[in-house]
Write a protein that binds this ligand. Sequence first.
Ligand code: HEM
Length: 152
Amino acid sequence: MKIRCLLPSLALALAFTLGLSPLRAADGGKDPETELGKIMEKMGGTFRRLGRQIKDPSKNADSLQAVATLRDAAKSSLKHEPMLKAKQPASEQAAYVERFKKKMNDMIALLDQLETALKANDNEKAAAICAKVNDTQKEGHKEFKPAGKKKG
Ligand code: HEM
């Protein structure tokens, strides 16, 4: 291949490497990483692990640890505010943060129930509560998470 043909491909490859891809520009660029985002990332991995094993009673000791990790993370997320707060009208920002905290506290209450079910080795019930945690995650993300961020 002639060097003249190769140059545009090289330039494109370099642009992608440097994060200058047209796809990225089209969705407004990458959101800055936030403390809340880092906590959520950790929750993502733990919740996936829990989901894979929630029905398996032989994994209940590890599932209880996963629930404790999720609850600690959810509690520390209450010390932060969603980045989308800044996009709300000033007069609605306080209420927005309150709704975020309420939703997070709903999830913490579900995690308490999940712990009780696992301690009782009631895996059917634990799986049903886990599904509710997932619903709460979806509701929370719909209202509070920027659309471009990773899925939970
Ligand atoms: C098991 C439950 C949950 C999991 C596994 C989870 C997971 C995640 C993940 C993986 C991200 C992307 C992080 C990033 O790319 O920076 C995220 C972001 C986010 N999540 Fe969750 N999430 C859960 C529950 C919730 C709930 C209940 C709420 C709201 C009450 C919530 C609010 C948010 C917000 C606001 C962000 C964006 C971060 C920011 O604004 O700085 N999440 N979550």
